[in-house]
Design a protein around this ligand. Structure first.
Ligand code: ROI
Length: 167
């Protein structure tokens, strides 16, 4: 990968966990993301306690959003994030929307629209999910989301759905 040929992008990644001590999982993933070669953390939101979206017979979640700068291509970043998920014991059981030790979603990649196998950016549910919008707004209140609009407006129209910022 010829990193030098690529521009520096600001990327936002959503972190979510509801198994095996979610706060530790989120903190471990944050550290691991910062250790990816060519990735620099520029912002990290508070941790948020959230009710499960999707099947209700699973534990509550802890969510956060990290902002990073990198020249890595989207697919290379995705592979690095998948390796972190695997290292933290994430098992994909084929069940859609089931519990997970850690989930790392590329929410935004600069102002790009990306649609390649395994990666849609902006992330598909970004505009409706309180556990994504509120932490993102905390660290990047000025953002405009390609195809969705002004982040502040999306937040204003998104119910909290039980989301609570943790101390
Ligand atoms: N629900 C919440 N509250 N937080 C998440 O990170 C989360 N992630 C998911 C599904 C199963 C959709 N529900 C979630 O992937």
């Amino acid at each position: 990968m010829k990193e030098s040929a690529c521009l520096l992008h600001t990327i936002y990644i959503g972190l979510g966990s509801n198994l095996e001590n979610p706060v530790s999982q989120i903190n471990a993933a944050r550290i691991a993301i910062g250790l990816i070669d060519g990735v620099t953390e520029v912002a990290f939101s508070s941790l948020y306690h959230s009710l499960p979206m999707g099947p209700q017979d699973q534990p509550d979640y802890v969510n956060a959003v990290i902002g990073v700068e990198t020249r890595l291509a989207p697919i290379d970043l995705l592979h690095q994030l998948q390796a972190i998920e695997a290292a933290q014991g994430r098992v994909r059981k084929g069940e859609r929307w089931g519990a997970r030790t850690v989930d790392l979603d590329v929410l935004l990649y600069g102002d790009q629209d990306i649609d390649i196998p395994d990666l849609r950016v902006p992330h598909i549910g970004i505009a409706e999910r309180s556990f994504v919008l509120y932490p993102l707004f905390e660290i990047a209140p000025q953002l405009v989301i390609p195809g969705k609009g002004i982040l502040a407006d999306l937040v204003a129209n998104c119910p909290l759905d039980g989301l609570k910022r943790m101390a």
